[in-house]
Design a protein around this ligand. Structure first.
Ligand SMILES: [Zn+2]
Length: 331
């Protein structure tokens, strides 16, 4: 009898321990090209660190040739080894030889995560734009789809003519959950402060099979639209799941605990359809930003301060991070 009880107890312990012993989620962190404002090497360092800290991913960095490099024709990564692609690659276009296997991977059930810089890539690639739902910049206009935003808790569109993609200065702003029942947002506060970042607005795209999980008010006082703009988006594309996170301009922005947590949760969801990660105790509140200085410091420009690219560094304005309280924008 004692043996039986012991065996049952052991079984219970093994069951409890099972999640940490599960095979890691296989991630392809795909990088290799970027526009001037978002150099990809420091962003890859940040993304890799954040995936590693989650403790459930096995991440390979796969660096593709630049879009204008003829070697791209020979770029044939083994997509079958992976459950999800985290895209940190931003260029104007890809040849069909690079597009086709990427499309097939997602269409057949692979996950895709696109972040701030990468989700502006490939304006002329129809299937990519269907995967990410909305985007901006790189010459996108009303020809690429209507404007999409939240109004009174509902996703709405507007076919007004004009360009796609804009942002104001990098200031902290409030993010509000629009769908609290999705695995990515379940258990998060209703709203939180996000670290100083570019709040994209005037986002356009096909918007098919798209759900906006969280939005942020684009303040007209900071060159905004006065609308609640998408921040966290999920899209069903074929059998694949896509998570598109619109914020995350640089390491400072990506060090915001909300960005890090939703990136980790979004990557798990895109890979498996579930989220097993707990919400950490330092998640920001509706009043106060929270960020991880060890992540922000992965960017060599960290020492120049939070808003170095959008505001002159005045006397006495040191690094925006390091105190754990977050930085403030100018004025
Ligand atoms: Zn940016």
């Amino acid at each position: 009898m004692k043996t039986t009880v012991f065996a049952i107890a052991c079984g219970a312990l093994l069951t409890l321990a099972a999640p940490s012993q599960a095979a890691p989620i296989r991630v392809m962190l795909l990088d290799g090209d970027s526009a001037g404002a978002h150099p990809w090497p420091p962003l890859t360092a940040v993304l890799k660190q954040e995936l590693d800290e989650a403790g459930i991913f096995q991440t390979d960095i796969v660096t593709a040739p630049k879009a204008n490099d003829p070697e791209l024709a020979n770029f044939k990564p083994d997509y079958s080894k992976y459950q999800v692609i985290v895209l940190n690659y931003d260029a104007q276009d890809w040849p069909e030889s690079a597009r086709a296997p990427f499309e097939a991977f997602v269409k057949n059930g692979g996950g895709l995560v696109t972040v701030h810089a990468a989700e502006t890539a490939f304006p002329n690639w129809k299937e990519f734009n269907e995967m990410i739902g909305v985007s901006g910049f790189r010459g996108r206009t009303d020809k690429d789809g209507p404007l999409w935003f939240m109004k009174d808790g509902k996703l709405v569109s507007d076919t007004a003519p004009g360009n796609a993609g804009a942002h104001g200065r990098r200031l902290p702003y409030v993010v509000t959950v629009q769908d609290a029942n999705h695995p990515i947002t379940k258990g998060l506060p209703k709203s939180w402060m996000h670290q100083g970042d570019e709040l994209y607005n005037k986002l356009r795209g096909p918007g098919a099979n798209m759900t906006v999980l969280a939005s942020a008010f684009s303040d007209p006082a900071n060159q905004g639209t006065g609308r609640d703009e998408p921040q966290l988006i999920v899209v069903n594309y074929g059998k694949g799941r896509v998570f598109n996170t619109l914020a995350g301009h640089d390491a400072n922005a990506m060090s915001s605990v909300d960005w890090l947590v939703t990136f980790q949760r979004g990557t798990e969801w895109a890979a498996t359809g579930k989220v097993t990660q707990k919400v950490p105790a330092d998640f920001p509140t509706a009043q106060t930003v929270a960020y991880r200085p060890n992540i922000a410091a992965l960017d060599p420009s960290y020492k120049n301060g939070l808003n170095a690219l959008t505001a002159p560094a005045g006397p006495g304005r040191g690094a925006g991070g390091g105190s754990g309280r977050g930085g403030r924008g100018p004025q």
